[in-house]
Design a protein around this ligand. Structure first.
Ligand code: NAD
Length: 259
């Protein structure tokens, strides 16, 4: 299917690895030119070079911490008028809610709520003027079903979700859509770190812990960044203009509810 977005420009945040990279690659496969961000210049440049070589699109790499005002400014200077904005950043740390200080909360809110809001605010009016825009926020299944020990994620991402619910409706008649993608368990570095910690705590080989975790999921496996990215590319396509203000779980049926 032709997604109808070849030649468009996307700003994809936190895209050197994992789900952000999956989104960047899937958009590049549709002919979308990219500005991608991540903190480590070397890794980011390597990703940019690989995407350029594979898909022949323009890819500009902006090394910055996207959760800071300096990061917002650097990303927007490189890409002031994106047609597509994919908001993403690292997730907040786990812990008992009693250990979360005010400073820790502010950092989580900046990373997983206020940064996407800032970037939407800075780019949405241009999208409205041009009559086309696609905004996708990578959030988490924790928005639908809270995850124990991830109180920061449960809280900060729910704040973003509430904000998006309002704004998506306000701009629905302008050609701009805003949706959230809610990953379940995907095979990225982030899940690798969690599994390593479990393997250590349980004194089990990493492969065994990984196998058990995959088998515990209804789909019997982890999701892949490519699957995630393809869903993102569809939401960014011309065909998805009537899908807005939605929270789409991509979790291989892990969420146990009927709706
Ligand atoms: P990952 O660790 O594999 O990749 C994260 C990417 O973000 C890397 O490119 C990293 O360089 C970049 N990054 C992190 N912090 C950044 C910052 N402050 N500024 C710029 N770049 C930054 O992670 P992932 O698994 O792809 O997860 C992406 C998001 O989705 C995270 O917020 C994570 O919490 C959330 N999530 C992931 C899963 C999963 O199963 N992988 C499940 C639920 C939610």
């Amino acid at each position: 299917m032709d997604m109808g977005i070849a030649g468009r420009t996307a700003l994809v945040c936190a895209a050197s690895k994992g789900l952000g990279r999956g989104c960047a690659e899937a958009l590049a496969a549709e002919g979308v030119n990219l500005v991608i961000t991540a903190r480590t210049a070397e890794t980011l440049e390597a990703t940019a070079a690989s995407i350029r070589a594979q898909y022949g699109v323009n890819v500009q790499a902006v090394a910055c911490d996207i959760t800071t005002p300096e990061g917002h400014a650097a990303a927007l200077a490189a890409c002031p008028a994106p047609d597509i904005l994919v908001n993403n950043a690292g997730g907040p740390p786990p812990g008992d809610f009693r250990s979360f200080t005010h400073e820790i909360w502010i950092k989580a809110l900046e990373g997983n709520m206020l940064t996407p809001i800032e970037l939407m605010k800075a780019t949405i009016d241009g999208m409205i003027e041009r009559g086309f825009g696609r905004i996708v926020n990578i959030t988490s299944s924790s928005v639908k079903a809270p995850i124990d020990l991830l109180g920061l994620s449960n809280g900060a991402r729910s704040g973003l979700t509430g904000f998006v619910a309002g704004v998506a409706r306000k701009v629905a008649a302008t050609g701009v859509t805003i949706n959230n993608l809610l990953p379940g368990t995907f095979d990225t570095d982030r899940i690798g770190v969690t599994l390593e910690a479990q393997a250590k705590a349980q004194n089990l080989p990493l492969d065994e812990v990984r196998k058990r975790r995959a088998e515990s999921l209804p789909a019997g496996r982890f999701g892949t960044p490519d699957e995630f990215g393809r869903a993102c590319a569809f939401l960014c396509s011309v065909h998805a203009g009537y899908i807005t203000g939605q929270n789409l779980l991509i979790d291989g049926a892990a969420y146990p509810g009927t709706y």
